[in-house]
Design a protein around this ligand. Structure first.
Ligand code: ZN
Ligand code: FE
Length: 257
């Protein structure tokens, strides 16, 4: 399975999964159709699946047009999103299994950003191969999604699920927010050496207009404050030992930032 990252709108990424053996492709969260259609043409591949993480327009905006071009495409989304995702045919719950291009995936139910948000985790199928997590607006490189429909408690639960995946999981998040996220993170944890280094690296990458996605879960665990609500440096900065309270204050600070 070959993964292509397609920039879309102002700061979105669409991910195209290509199965070269069968010349079919799937897309994760097509914000718009155009970049997907161009890539499919370049590859000479047919679209067979759309994997949506949640109903927001910058994630499902291309569904209708893609379905017009490839009417056989199956649209996947969360069961709780019923009625909110254009063309949705498959209604997924946490723990559901699916496969694409010889890879197997598990659906994670990760409410918080929205009440229906799901993520797609493709397990590694060989020891030297990373896992692939398509997490929409739940976890970002250096940050996490805003809580539009869910509670901090739900988001902590959701991010706990993500955090329990193997370190060598690539994080395919839907926005290029990394630099701003890491600047905020550094204001919270100025003594985190791994974070200081990462901020410098990402500053350089963005100066060259290089993408910072995908990230790795192992790096996120060491540098992303939104996976560190129960680490003492964060709890000290948030002045609470209660994990959910710590996360709540951290998210609140980021919203104000
Ligand atoms: Zn969203
Ligand atoms: Fe988004």
């Amino acid at each position: 399975m070959q993964i292509y990252r397609l920039p879309a709108l102002s700061d979105n990424y669409i991910f195209l999964l290509h199965d070269p053996k069968r010349q079919v492709a799937a897309v994760v969260d097509p914000a718009e159709a155009e970049p997907v259609l161009i890539m499919l043409q370049n590859l000479g591949a047919t679209l067979t699946a759309i994997f949506n993480t949640h109903h927001h327009g910058d994630h499902v905006g291309g569904n209708r047009t893609l379905l017009q071009h490839f009417p056989q495409t199956v649209v996947y989304g969360g069961a709780v999103d019923q009625g909110r995702i254009p063309g949705q045919q498959v209604f997924l719950q946490g723990g559901d299994r699916l496969s694409f291009a010889d890879r197997h995936a598990t659906v994670l139910f990760v409410p918080g950003h929205t009440r229906a948000h799901i993520a797609y985790y493709f397990e590694s199928s060989a020891s030297d191969e990373p896992g692939e997590l398509f997490c929409g607006d739940t976890l970002f490189a250096g940050g996490c999604g805003r809580l539009f429909e869910g509670t901090p408690g739900q988001m902590v639960q959701s991010l706990s699920q993500v955090r329990s995946l193997p370190d060598n999981t690539r994080i395919w998040c839907a926005h290029e927010y990394t630099l701003n996220n890491l600047r905020f993170a550094h204001s919270i944890e100025p003594d985190n050496e791994a974070l200081t280094q990462r901020l410098a690296t990402v500053q350089q990458q963005r100066q060259q207009q290089e993408p910072t996605v995908p990230s790795w879960l192992g790096i996120e665990k060491r540098t992303n404050p939104f996976l560190r609500w129960d680490i003492s440096s964060i709890q000290t900065a948030m002045q609470t030992a209660d994990p959910v309270q710590s996360f709540t204050r951290l998210r609140g600070k980021k919203d104000q930032w």
